[in-house]
Write a protein that binds this ligand. Structure first.
Ligand SMILES: CSCCC(=O)C(=O)COP(=O)(O)O
Ligand SMILES: [Mg+2]
Length: 280
């Protein structure tokens, strides 16, 4: 395995989760949402947290409609009798649609985090982490580097995943967490804000991520992707624009890179390939 050097001025590593520290298939977490969504909404509909989640989802739907983004047309099924059942069906429909399109809206991610909480704390699910991740982070920290997470998953969901991982509670490996409340991962301003928040210059940060452009669900045209997501620029490009050093992480199941991207970015298949040149 070839090693890849990071600039000697690097003081911090910023890590994506899905496709970078954790398998992209997420074959436990996302199916859990699909299987339990309706029951979760029915059980917690009158509680403040659930009301806030639904409020945020409704604001997102309104924004999507204002932006002329494709969204589900409500086709409430005939078995639905009460206003509450109808409202729940509409939320379910919208959430399923957002998940099918792999939307990264703060509203969706907040609801998912709240739903996963009970499953993690009861031990029903555990956060997946690739085996090279924990030893590498420990080594980077021993060499004086700070390590942060920046994921579309909410900070609460991030902490649940690393706090209840297959390797136990590894939360103390991280110096901080960022999610889309600081800005979208495809917006270069988000990376500038993170640099400011961690008191670093952008060029002192190395960002490890899997996504170089918008994920396009299988069979969807580029035009559909632009309509449903409202962007085609990706997080690697946005981070680069902000002045960060970017490494693309190639893991099983990640989106295939174009020849141009493979030539442009430094690629790693394991964190253990990172070489900390010029550091004590
Ligand atoms: C934090 S666990 C859930 C991850 C998630 O919901 C997600 O969308 C991952 O996106 P990422 O930015 O880590 O690729
Ligand atoms: Mg990712």
């Amino acid at each position: 395995m070839a090693s890849v050097s990071i600039p000697a001025c690097t003081t911090a590593l910023l890590l994506d989760i899905e496709g970078t520290t954790t398998p992209i298939t997420f074959d436990i977490l996302f199916p859990y949402i699909r299987d339990h969504l309706e029951d979760h909404l029915s059980a917690h509909w009158e509680e403040d947290e659930c009301k806030q989640d639904v409020h945020l989802l409704k604001k997102q739907m309104e924004e999507d409609m204002r932006q002329n983004r494709a969204c589900p047309v409500h086709t409430v099924d005939q078995t639905v009798h009460t206003d509450e059942e109808k409202a729940i069906r509409e939320v379910v429909e919208n959430v399923m649609w957002q998940m099918a399109a792999d939307r990264k809206s703060t509203a969706l991610k907040q609801l998912q985090g709240h739903m996963w909480r009970a499953a993690y704390t009861s031990g029903r699910i555990k956060g997946e982490i690739y085996p090279d991740v924990v030893p590498s982070i420990k080594m980077w920290r021993e060499r004086g580097l700070k390590v942060y997470i920046y994921s579309s998953g909410s900070v609460e969901a991030q902490k649940l995943l690393f706090g209840h991982s297959v390797e136990g509670d590894v939360l103390d490996l991280f110096d901080g967490h960022f999610d889309t409340t600081i800005g979208a991962k495809v917006d270069s301003k988000s990376y500038e804000r993170i640099a400011e928040r961690i008191d670093s210059q952008p060029e002192e940060i190395t960002f490890l991520t899997d996504v170089s452009r918008a994920n396009r669900p299988h069979g969807e045209s580029l035009c559909q992707t632009v309509l449903t997501r409202g962007f085609v620029v990706a997080e690697a490009k946005a981070a680069e624009e902000a002045g960060l050093n970017v490494l693309l992480v190639v893991r099983p199941g990640n989106m295939e890179l174009t020849d141009e991207e493979s030539a442009h970015y430094n690629l790693i298949t394991s964190f253990s390939q990172l070489q900390l040149t010029g550091r004590a």
